[in-house]
Every structure is written in structure tokens, then in C-alpha cells.
Design a protein around this ligand. Structure first.
Ligand SMILES: [Fe+2]
Length: 313
């Protein structure tokens, strides 16, 4: 539905894209929130606030829970990916608050950041139901699908316009290859925070699966065969400290290499410190063939992270 917005993604400004989203996707028909009853009362008195309040976040968390529960009745194993994303969302909320605290964000900004994390993957639920995949290129961009859900259900309308746009921008760009240059300073900060928090949890998910021999996360990203080979071009890119592209991935080893390359897209020294503390690099490399070039990649990435972690935020 309305995929042409996705095609416009790289041709128009972020702000224009959100305006189009609001006007074009749902110009007249607005579907009320399942928890709509009493919402006005709950929010009365809060409408003239400058920053968000905890009561509003609590309300939104309740709404999210109900929304996700509406996907619980998918047949067979269809609910597994739903639960996976629900748990990922919960953990990403925790990650973003931890990062935000270490970066000395105000209490109001922590609530906004957590709201962005709460809704960042909401497009995954309709994506799974409609396409049975989490592969955006084989279906739709899940960030745009998420904004459709947000606009359709008027989820963020109780927030001030600036806060609402801040959250929408962070969601819109959480999965972009690069952040656009037309974001405000705050939009840029919140987008970077969300991207780092999301990566921290995806690494953990992938490593847990690799160590527990599960394969749900990677299967959902597309059919990734298990093989002993590696794409040497990706290794070269990693040694040059470049983020590899998904199009280079041929098998599960390449996918692990791709995930390693995310370190070059991290935004905050504190995130780099967490990757080191949690030994994500060693654990990912431990699942790759025992080759000299993999050892070199591991050393190079750890040295990069050590240097980045020492920088000032
Ligand atoms: Fe995510």
C-alpha cells in the first residue's frame, strides 16, 4: 500500500515526506485507538506541556501492548516473529534509556527517546502479517509501514508538533543506510540514539541465536544459506572501515560480517564501550571460519572500538 512514498524516500526532504505521509496516506479516514475511551480525560491538563510526561508514555505502552496482541492469533508459528519483535522493542526501549542517561539527556527527553524506541518497529507487525517476511526489499520499508500505523491510529497526536516530528523522524530514519543532512539538531540526535540502541539489541539477538543454534532472526531477514565460504570483498570493506551493503551477502557468514560492519555506523563512544563490554565482536567472530583474515578483522574492529570508546560524547 502506498509504496510510492518509499520510492520517494531518497528524492525529497525528510520533512516533506512526513507531510506527504500525513496528507496522502490517511486524508480523511482516521481509525480510533482501541483504548480511545477516556483518553481525552487522561490527557486533559497535559496538552499545554512542553515535554512529554510519564503518564503519556505509560498510556502509549498500553496501546502498543494491545496493538501487538491483535496479531497474536496468526496461525501456526506465525506468532513467533511477532513475539520476537515485541521483545526486541522492550529491550530497545531499555537500551535507549541507558544510552540517554549516559549522555545526560533530561527526563523529558528520555521519555521522548523511549517513545521513539517503542514505535520504531511497529511496521514489522503488519509487514509480517501481509508479507510473511522481515526483508524490506522483498516487501515494504518497515519504517514507512510503521509511520502508516502511527498516522492511521493518530498515536502521537497528544504530543506537541515538535516532539511528534522528532519521534517520527527518528522512526523514519532508523533503518536508512545514512542519515539525511536536513534534520534539525535534535532530530539528528534522537535518530542517532535510536539507531545505536536498535543495533545493540539486534547484535544481542543474533549472537544468542548463533550460540543457541537458532535461526529465526536470519531466516526472517531472507533465505540465508549456511556455508563455509565468505565473501572476501566484505572482509576488504571491513578492513577499510566501511559499512558493507546487504547486496554483498550470499550466506550466513557474510551476514555475520555485515553485522560486524555496523560498528562503523555507531554514533556514540558510549555505545562502542557497550559493544566491547559485551564482547559482541569476539562472539560474532567466534561463529566465522577460523581464518587469518577473520582474526585480522576482529583485531582491527576491536582496536577501532577501543579508540572510539575513549572519545568524548
Ligand atoms: Fe529494531
Amino acid at each position: 500500500m502506498q509504496i510510492y512514498l518509499g520510492n520517494l524516500r531518497h528524492d525529497i526532504s525528510s520533512k516533506r515526506m512526513l507531510e506527504l505521509g500525513r496528507q496522502v496516506l490517511f486524508p480523511t479516514q482516521l481509525i480510533p485507538l482501541p483504548l480511545d475511551q477516556g483518553r481525552e480525560d487522561k490527557l486533559r491538563g497535559c496538552l499545554d506541556y512542553i515535554t512529554m510526561k510519564q503518564t503519556e508514555l505509560d498510556y502509549l505502552k498500553g496501546w502498543f501492548k494491545q496493538y501487538v496482541a491483535s496479531y497474536y492469533d496468526l496461525p501456526g508459528d506465525g506468532v513467533k516473529p511477532i513475539l520476537l519483535k515485541e521483545k526486541h522493542t522492550e529491550r530497545t526501549c531499555k537500551e535507549i534509556v541507558r544510552l540517554g542517561r549516559e549522555l545526560d539527556l533530561s527526563e523529558g527527553d528520555l521519555l521522548l527517546a523511549e517513545t521513539a524506541a517503542l514505535f520504531h518497529d511497529i511496521g514489522r507487525f503488519p509487514q509480517w502479517k501481509n508479507y510473511a517476511t522481515f526483508n524490506d526489499s522483498a516487501s515494504e520499508d518497515h519504517a514507512l509501514l510503521g509511520l502508516e500505523v502511527i498516522f492511521q491510529h493518530k498515536i502521537l497526536t497528544s504530543l506537541g508538533a515538535e516532539d511528534r516530528e522528532l519521534i517520527e523522524m527518528a522512526i523514519l530514519h532508523h533503518n536508512s543506510r545514512k542519515l539525511p543532512l536536513d534534520l534539525s539538531q535534535r532530530q539528528d540526535l534522537f535518530s542517532r540514539l535510536l539507531r545505536d540502541a536498535d543495533k545493540l539489541d539486534i547484535w544481542s539477538l543474533v549472537i544468542n541465536e548463533l550460540e543457541g543454534c537458532g535461526n529465526l532472526v536470519e531466516t526472517l531477514a531472507g533465505i540465508i544459506p549456511i556455508s563455509n565460504s565468505i565473501n572476501h570483498n566484505i572482509v576488504t570493506e571491513l578492513m577499510e572501515r566501511k559499512v558493507p551493503d546487504f547486496s554483498s551477502v550470499r550466506n550466513r557468514n557474510d551476514m555475520i560480517l555485515l553485522r560486524l560492519g555496523w560498528v562503523f555506523d555507531l554514533n556514540f563512544p558510549v555505545t562502542c564501550g557497550k559493544v566491547l563490554e559485551r564482547r559482541y565482536i569476539e562472539r560474532l567472530c567466534g561463529n566465522l571460519p577460523a581464518l587469518k583474515e577473520i582474526e585480522d578483522v576482529e583485531k582491527s574492529i576491536i582496536s577501532f572500538l577501543n579508540n572510539r570508546a575513549k572519545e568524548q560524547s
